[in-house]
Design a protein around this ligand. Sequence first.
Ligand code: BTN
Length: 244
Amino acid sequence: MKDFVEIPFQIIDSTNTWAHQNLDQLEPNKVTCVIAEEQTKGRGRELREWVSPPGNVYCTFCFQLAKDTRNVPSVAQVIGYSAALVLQKYKLYPQIKWPNDVLIDGKKIAGILCETIFNKDHVQVLLGIGLNVNLEQTVIDEIDQPATSMSLELGKSFSVEEIYVELREQFLKDLETFKKNNFSPFQTPIQSMLAYKGQEIELTRGKEIISGICHSVSCAGELNIELDSGEMKTISSGEILFLE
Ligand code: BTN
């Protein structure tokens, strides 16, 4: 893989934080993946912690997008989709909780943290993903969101290296598609995995709470919600609250 660089760590605070602090080490025309076996300060969205003991995938893909790329944040949904395809190979039925949490049976199995730095001539993307491969129930019990792992769902443990390689291969392919055609090739497949479709949801956006029926994903990666008034509202950012 001539356009790919891997920076592995046994233990690190956070692969996203490392990438931020070492931007000058990233080769502009290559995809760099910072990967760790364990994180001591794994970060989630909304300043949450991402519990990161050994046995799971923790990595951050770092790459540049052209300055005129449309729908930059939707690239985070693309890696959620890549992870969902890997899980399908193991006969799991992943759903995507918009924008990019991957769920199995309503419980989170993968989370994504997308950080972007807009420069004069390009956008630097630091796209972190945590995929629960062998996370144990005792650890999950301490997480404040419903969560699961491949081992809990399938009743056996898995090689983290193997899962990581499958995720990397799938994502590098999907990233090429995104660079060429933007989000639209992903609209239909992601919509077919959309969690809560047709159900009443509450979405937080800053201090605002929007409620309505989860309807569909637009060709730009936004979420269409049907409000109680019948009006369709298109949302480009926010977080859906978990349903019981
Ligand atoms: C979320 O669902 O809130 C996002 C979780 C993102 C976790 C991954 S693990 C690898 C990378 N490094 C981090 O510190 N966070 C992301």
